[in-house]
Design a protein around this ligand. Structure first.
Ligand code: SF4
Length: 279
């Protein structure tokens, strides 16, 4: 059985950067807090917890405390509140997410309605709309397009959550163009996501079986799995080697392996070793 690992598997630049900032901050400062998990991966979360960084749900008085902003970014109200409460802020927001924030603010100031294609509840999407003065429209899939209310929009800017499915986003933009006269589209899907998606469009056709590795909470891993499964029914999404089932591999000669942007190398290696043991 041959195992082919996607070249783009594992940590993207933004996740690596956020983890490094977290480690450095934990070493140099006391009382470091985060609103939620650093990235959507349980192994990384455990590792970061060991450094002493604590996860909190709400901001409370924070003298001599540090608030670490995660890779997904956050809204301006939260930042202002953190400063008001006395937190020192360390910002690990991915620069590519920051770029989306900038476009959103700039275009809103020019009078455009901001439309974000993304998962409504995802921290990144909340962070993007959290940059704005007026209510943004979030579109979560082509079926969720509110066609009736689009006619009221005179000019709009469309942005995408950085980890969206590129084909799906283009499809939504095409529909929006039919309903809104003046529309500008900024394809804000980040480069690491695009590279991963390009690879995952080929691998399921070149391998008999696909294993996608990553947390069930990871949006970009979910997307990789969805694309893979649409091309090859023998696609399975696992978080660890223990979830692999020997029956999946019966008679299989080629296995493709891909991992989401928040999946650590150690998890990938453990899953691949387990696949080798199952041969
Ligand atoms: S997936 Fe893209 S936007 Fe998100 S952290 Fe990674 S590089 Fe940044």
């Amino acid at each position: 059985m041959k195992i082919h690992l996607a070249k783009s598997s594992g940590f993207c630049f933004g996740v690596k950067r956020a983890i490094n900032i977290s480690r450095r901050t934990a070493k140099s400062q006391d009382n470091v807090y985060m609103l939620g998990n650093i990235v959507h991966n349980e192994d990384v979360i455990k590792e970061i917890a060991k450094t002493g960084i604590k996860k909190i749900k709400k901001l409370r008085k924070g003298k001599k405390r540090v608030l670490l902003i995660r890779a997904h970014g956050t809204g301006i109200k939260i930042l202002a509140k953190a400063h008001r409460l006395g937190f020192k802020v360390v910002d690990a927001t991915c620069p590519m997410v920051k770029e989306i924030h900038k476009i959103a603010q700039d275009m809103e100031s020019k009078g455009f309605k901001i439309i974000v294609i993304g998962d409504k509840k995802h921290d990144e999407v909340q962070g993007i709309i959290g940059q704005l003065k007026r209510k943004a429209l979030i579109i979560d899939g082509a079926r969720g397009i509110p066609k009736q209310s689009l006619q009221k929009i005179k000019k709009a800017v469309v942005l995408a959550q950085s980890t969206q499915n590129n084909d799906e986003v283009l499809k939504i933009v095409k529909i929006l163009k039919r309903h809104i006269k003046m529309i500008k589209f900024f394809n804000t899907i980040c480069k690491p996501t695009r590279t991963k998606q390009q690879e995952i469009k080929k691998m399921p056709l070149q391998n008999e079986l696909m294993i996608i590795i990553g947390s069930k909470t990871s949006a970009n891993t979910k997307r990789l799995y969805q694309i893979s499964r649409s091309l090859n029914k023998k696609s399975f999404w696992v978080q660890s080697g223990q979830e692999l089932k020997p029956r999946w591999f019966k008679g299989i000669k080629t296995v493709g392996v891909a991992a989401g942007a928040s999946t650590p190398d150690s998890t990938m290696k453990a899953v691949i070793s387990q696949i080798r043991r199952l041969r």
